[in-house]
Ligand binder design. Sequence first.
Ligand code: 13P
Ligand code: SF4
Length: 320
Amino acid sequence: MEKRQEENSINYFEEIKKFRKEKNAIILAHYYVDGEIQDIADFTGDSLALSQKAAETDADIIVFVGVHFMAETAKILSPSKKVLLPDLEAGCSLADSCPTKEFDEFIKLHPNHTVVSYINTTAEVKALTDIVCTSSNAVEIIRTIPEGEKIIFGPDRNLGNYISRLTGRKMVIWDGACHVHNEFSLEGILKLKEENPNAKLISHPECPKPILLVSDFIGSTKALVDFSVKDPSNKFIVATEPGVLHEMKKLSKNKEFIPAPGESGECACSECEYMKKNSIEKLYLCLKNETPEILMEKELMDNARSSINKMLDISKKLGL
Ligand code: 13P
Ligand code: SF4
């Protein structure tokens, strides 16, 4: 009880800044975490930009305020650094939808295929993968694979089908999905569009096809942010995790952003509960105590690294 009172009187923001400096730590945050965390982070971005930052930083400690597979990727790319995740329970339903053993069997059922996996996978699945991708570079990565080469894509079926439609490439697609993006309500979105005829619907490619078909723009989290800045419209219905509205509102103070409703019909019900496991208090405790730390077997990191590095190399060449 006394400890709780003591923690309540702490200025977390000041303490975080102090520890960050003392410990030469960098705080990386995904757009889906709470706005106050995005504001104190050294860098806020989408999965691709965060993995690029994690690979190039010279900090001694990386605090990854996101979900487990992101912190794991940072550790694989910077194995000599201490990588911390404020809450080890911050998982991902999409990564969970692709268990290693089943994915391995799926690959064996389809021999002689190039395996492309979304970054939202465990390190074990990355170790079975030829090239990792994110929603920012998936289309370009598929286009680098020579025509005629057979492709397995996992684990997100919505993203896989979207890329397949865009590139015209037939792929064997794993049947996984993110519970946040997969559960937006088409009916609720159409109602919102009717009530806001001047608003543009902008959607993440992890959303199902019926939602993508009625969207004005489809893109990764970063692409949605950039579009909301550049597009002359003043109103946007945003079909992705609502944490990103913080950055959109910051960059376009006079524009209106409406979170797309989930199946339950209420706004902001499409929050990713895993991303929201992060809090300022947990970030403070994590930096102070240097725990929870991401620890992985060297062999697993070595086996998973080449598929991530291939993605980073291709992205660099393409200026992504
Ligand atoms: P991006 O960060 O690549 O847009 O991915 C979205 C997502 O769901 C992250 O977990
Ligand atoms: Fe995973 Fe979906 Fe949450 Fe992203 S939004 S971390 S894909 S569950």
